[in-house]
Every structure is written in C-alpha cells, then in structure tokens.
Design a protein around this ligand. Structure first.
Ligand SMILES: *Cc1c(COP(=O)(O)O)cnc(C)c1O
Length: 467
C-alpha cells in the first residue's frame, strides 16, 4: 500500500514514511493510493478478536511495510493500560449506545491514536537510526495526549507550547506533572494563536527544521487517522454481536474532522455503517457545509469559546481528505477548489451536496450550550450516567437523526471529570475525581516560562533537542 498527496505533488510513499511528516511536501495531505477493502466474511472472522488483535488486523491493511508480528507487539503495548475491554459499549437507552473512547491516560479519545502512534514512531526511528523532536502548540487536549504517548521514549522528545494562564488546572496538571527528561513544556506569554505562530515560524525555516530534526504529530497525521478506523470496526462488531451483520449509524462530536474522517474510511472500506452523524457546537462551519454544500471557514476572531472547547475550530484541517474522495480523487480539482476559496472566501459545492448523504452517509447538526446542559441533565436523570459536554453534543444531534430499526452509536470522546464546571452547571454538583486524577492534580509541576519570542524558542530547542 502506497500513499499519495491530495494535491498530486508527492512520489508514492510507504506508510512508515508518512509518519514523520505532517503535511505532504506539496501542501496537501497524505492519503492511501486506494483504500483497502474489508469483505463481509473477513469482518465476521474478526468477531472473536480482542481490541489489540483487531487493531493489528486493521493496521496491517494500511502499514504493509511493517512486519505483522511487529504490529501485533505494538498494538498490545499501546493499549495495555486501557483496561478491558479497551473500548466498552454502554447502552444509554433503547435507541442509543455509547462507545467509550476515553479509557486512556488523558481521559479523552486522542489517546486511542496517539498511544499507537508513539509505538509506530519508536519502531520506525529505530529502524532508520534517527531521532525526532516533536514541536507543537496546544490549548490542552492534543498536547497532553502526545506527551503521555511519547514520554520516556529514547528517540523522541517533545517541545509543547501552551498559552500561559489559559488552560484549566486539570489541563495544566495533565501536562506539567510529567517530569520525563524528554518532555519539554513551554508556557508562552500569549494566547494559543501566538503559540501556533511560533511553531509555524520555526517549522517553516527548513534549515532549522532539518538541523533540529523537527516534526509534528498533529491532527492531520495519517497514522492517527488509520488508528482511529479500528474503533469504528470494533464498535460495529460489538453492536451487532447479538443481531448479526446489520447496518448501524454512528454519531461523532466533530472539530477538525479527524475522528469522523476515520468513520468515512471505515464505511468506504466496507463496514456496514448507515449514517455518519456529524455533530458540531456553535462553531458550526461543518454543519453548514454538510447541510448546504457551502464551506465557509471563519477567522480565528470569529471562533467562539464554548463549553465543548475541543470542538472550537474555525476551519477543519482534515476536510481536504474527504473532498479528495468527493472530487473523484483528482488533485487538480482540489487545487481549483482551494483557489476558489481564496478568491471568494467560500467554497461552493452545493451541486455535490446531494451526494453527501446518498453516497457517503453523512448527516449533520448543531448543538448549543443550552443543548449540552439539557442533554447532560436528561441522560443523568434517565440512566444515572454522566457524559461530557462533547459527547453531549453528539447525543443531542444523534437524537435528531434516529431512524426506526437502526441502532445509533455515539462516540464518547472524553470523561465528564475533565469538564467538571459544565457538569456542575448541568446537574448542580461536580463529579468526584478518581483517586489517580487527584494524585496527578497534587503532583509537583515542571514547566519553562518563555516570552512570545522566536529567538528564545530557537535557542531553547538547540540546547535541549535530541541530535
Ligand atoms: C479533539 C476532540 C474532539 C474533536 O475531534 P476531531 O477529530 O478534531 O473532529 C471532540 N471531542 C474531544 C473531547 C476532543 O478532544
């Protein structure tokens, strides 16, 4: 299996080569030359596998340049601390079942892909006798998932910028309580955009980037997308253990379109998914796109800070991979589309809009702060279960798209304890921290404070990077 760029300017590469680079060299995103297929018989033959076993099967379809027993070893190690089963299914009521993706170390779904990416990176760097210094900016979730996945690795170090004084105490503790020598937390005097600009400045300096072996593990990383395909297969298998092979629908709290893109791939590969229900919060660029065919990214200043913060996006980085499929996998049409967006400020694909549901199964909806609170409260009253605000957005939109005779799965993307203020607002009392979380909150913290200054960051990296 080889990988190409959505913009057509990259020599086909094997899976391992796509791990170390975020973007393709031509500014496009790496995609499989053609998606692997999973036939009905193969799917059935996977029912007896545990999660790491299934992950090895699915990953083997994408990572054809990595030995099979090596993949098995990696999936077993990646998910060893998640509990059993790695991904539990919990019925909410007669119609809706939660798919638990937040059993990992940072209590959010990004661990699912990041833990496996950590294993993959280590193995590829070993084979190539290379080191990698991951440089990133975070407003909370991605940075902590990356750090927990890469801590203690010999050939990787992490330089993670975060905005000083702008994260919750939970988010700070989750990152700054790590004392591993290969983890460098840098609190920048500024906001998230300032952090991201510093990263762009340094990563855009190719000489510096090469000399310091800089790389990224952001949401467009292809290995993360493939690792996420696994839980769509798993969720379908578990939801149909009793019924046999029938279609199910799956609702996904969506920000950068990474999670649900993996659902799109799983469906295209042959997993019987009827609808992919895309849920946004008030930052509903993608709901607008899937309802109208008009894609109108917003400026950072127009992006609202909501109570489901991990979905507060202005543009959706991974959408290009879906557009590539929609536009007949023609790089010229992708380039034309972005040129059109550049000129007029929006992209008009309304002529293709009917295909979103008919061909690809997508439907969408928006959930607001009031919807989140009402949903968290209603679920708690009816079932005694607590769900986090992101999951609540998806439950709300899922309810609007229920169909008779089709089960609805909702991907649970975080534990409610991470967002205790909103939970408190919804049900009148805050959830208690599990003991292990309390321990983390009380632990001493390690962080380097820095001015919003590219030169200071350069010097810090030169002094501390692996070489
Ligand atoms: C990152 C994140 C999302 C959004 O996922 P995308 O892949 O960006 O669409 C939703 N919920 C939580 C809790 C997250 O951390």
């Amino acid at each position: 299996m080889q990988y190409i760029s959505t913009r057509g300017g990259m020599q086909p590469q094997p899976f391992s080569e796509t791990l170390l680079e975020g973007l393709a060299t031509d500014g496009g995103l790496a995609v499989p030359e053609q998606l692997p297929r999973i036939d009905a018989e193969t799917l059935e033959s996977w029912r007896g596998l545990d999660y790491p076993g299934l992950a090895a099967e699915v990953l083997a379809l994408f990572a054809t340049d990595i030995a099979r027993d090596e993949l098995t070893r990696m999936t077993r190690t990646a998910y060893a601390d998640f509990g059993e089963p790695v991904v539990p299914l919990t019925p909410l009521d007669e119609r809706i079942t939660l798919v638990g993706l937040s059993e990992g170390p940072t209590l959010a779904f990004k661990d699912m892909a990041m833990q496996l990416l950590g294993q993959l990176l280590e193995s590829v760097l070993e084979r190539k006798d290379q080191v990698l210094n991951v440089l990133g900016a975070t407003s909370g979730d991605t940075g902590s998932a990356a750090e927990h996945a890469l801590r203690g690795k010999d050939r990787v170090s992490v330089f993670m910028l975060s905005p000083q004084g702008r994260m919750s105490s939970f988010q700070r503790a989750q990152m700054y309580s790590l004392h591993d020598p290969n983890i460098h937390n840098i609190a920048v005097e500024g906001v998230f955009d300032d952090c991201q600009n510093l990263v762009k400045m340094l990563a855009g300096d190719l000489t510096f980037k090469r000399s310091q072996h800089l790389g990224a593990v952001n949401s467009i990383n292809l290995a993360r997308i493939t690792a996420q395909v696994v839980y769509y297969v798993w969720a379908w298998l578990r939801a149909t253990d009793a019924t046999g092979p029938v279609e199910v629908s799956i609702a996904v709290p969506t920000g950068n379109f990474g999670n649900i893109l993996s659902g799109h791939y799983a469906r295209a590969m042959g997993v019987p998914i009827r609808r992919l229900v895309l849920a946004t919060n008030e930052n509903n660029v993608l709901d607008e796109f899937f309802r109208t065919g008009i894609y109108r990214p917003r400026a950072a200043a127009q992006t609202l800070a909501t109570s489901s913060p991990s979905m507060d996006i202005s543009k959706a980085s991974n959408l290009e991979r879906f557009l590539f499929d929609l536009l007949d996998r023609d790089p010229q049409r992708i380039k034309d589309a972005w040129a059109e967006l550049e000129v007029q400020g929006f992209l008009d694909l309304s002529a293709e809009q009917h295909r979103f549901t008919e061909e690809y199964g997508f439907v969408s909806g928006t959930s607001t702060h009031a919807d989140r609170l009402a949903t968290i409260r209603a679920v708690h009253e009816q079932s005694g279960l607590l769900i986090d605000p992101h999951t609540a957005d998806a439950v709300k939109v899922a309810r609007d798209h229920l169909e008779p005779d089709t089960a609805m799965l909702v991907l649970e993307t975080a534990k409610p304890e991470k967002f205790s203020d909103t939970i408190g607002e919804a049900i009148g009392s805050q959830p208690r921290w599990p003991a292990q979380v309390q321990q983390m909150l009380d632990a001493p913290q390690k962080v380097t404070e820095m001015a919003d200054d590219a030169q200071a960051l350069r010097s810090y990296i030169e002094a501390n990077a692996l070489h």
